[in-house]
Ligand binder design. Structure first.
Ligand SMILES: CC(C)(COP(=O)(O)OP(=O)(O)OC[C@H]1O[C@@H](n2cnc3c(N)ncnc32)[C@H](O)[C@@H]1OP(=O)(O)O)[C@@H](O)C(=O)NCCC(=O)NCCS
Length: 175
């Protein structure tokens, strides 16, 4: 398995992975499938802002999964905090792909001066919670019934990893 930055040619595969998760899983709280144009806009928005979109590929070049992060919240004072996501195709799960992708995102975030990574995870997603705990994330919040899908209320678990010991930016710079 190889990790590399995604290219525009990978976007149809990213769309398939995303829409499969929308259809089948409570990991994404929407029933709305994306179009190729929407996923292309997402991809160019992320990469154009210097944010990583990383794919895991096998030796034949087949995409096994992807990970990315983007701003956690819009206001400037949150700008050193990123929210990430990782998706692995059904066939490739349980073989270390998710762990490799999340570790790569952690490494990229550290290299970019990000201070905190946040994972916002369906509370029933034991695999994702275990993966995050494995890489040092702590469960720092649980928001009961803040979402719904498949006819059920869903709880959101927030898991965070502080990446460095940097002092907070000076007063007056959260503008
Ligand atoms: C959650 C997901 C990203 C994990 O990726 P993966 O490639 O399947 O997981 P890995 O093989 O890298 O395993 C990483 C760790 O997760 C845990 N884990 C993996 N499979 C598990 C399972 N079935 N049950 C419990 N823990 C599991 C283990 O702690 C494992 O670490 P270890 O092998 O060193 O003990 C992947 O299963 C996935 O994409 N699922 C569907 C979409 C999704 O839920 N995305 C996350 C949204 S927050």
């Amino acid at each position: 398995m190889l990790l590399r930055p995604a290219t525009a040619d990978d976007v149809p595969a990213l769309l398939d992975i995303h829409n499969d998760a929308v259809r089948r899983l409570a990991a994404i709280w929407t029933d709305k499938q994306e179009t190729l144009a929407e996923r292309q806009a997402w991809f160019h928005g992320r990469t154009g802002a210097g944010l990583p979109v990383i794919v895991a590929v096998d030796t034949a070049g087949t995409i096994l999964g992807y990970g990315s992060y983007g701003p956690f919240r819009a206001k400037e004072g949150y700008r050193l905090t990123m929210e990430h996501s990782v998706y692995v195709t059904d066939a490739a799960q349980g073989q270390g792909v998710g762990k490799a992708l999340l570790q790569r995102l952690i490494d990229e975030a550290k290299a970019s001066g990000v201070h905190v990574l946040v994972g916002a995870i369906d509370a029933e997603n034991a695999t994702s919670i275990a993966l995050h705990a494995r890489l040092g994330f702590e469960t720092t919040g649980r928001l009961p019934q803040v979402g719904f899908k498949f006819g059920r209320w869903l709880d959101l678990v927030l898991m965070t990893l502080i990446l460095d010991a940097a002092p907070a930016p000076a007063a007056g710079t959260a503008v």
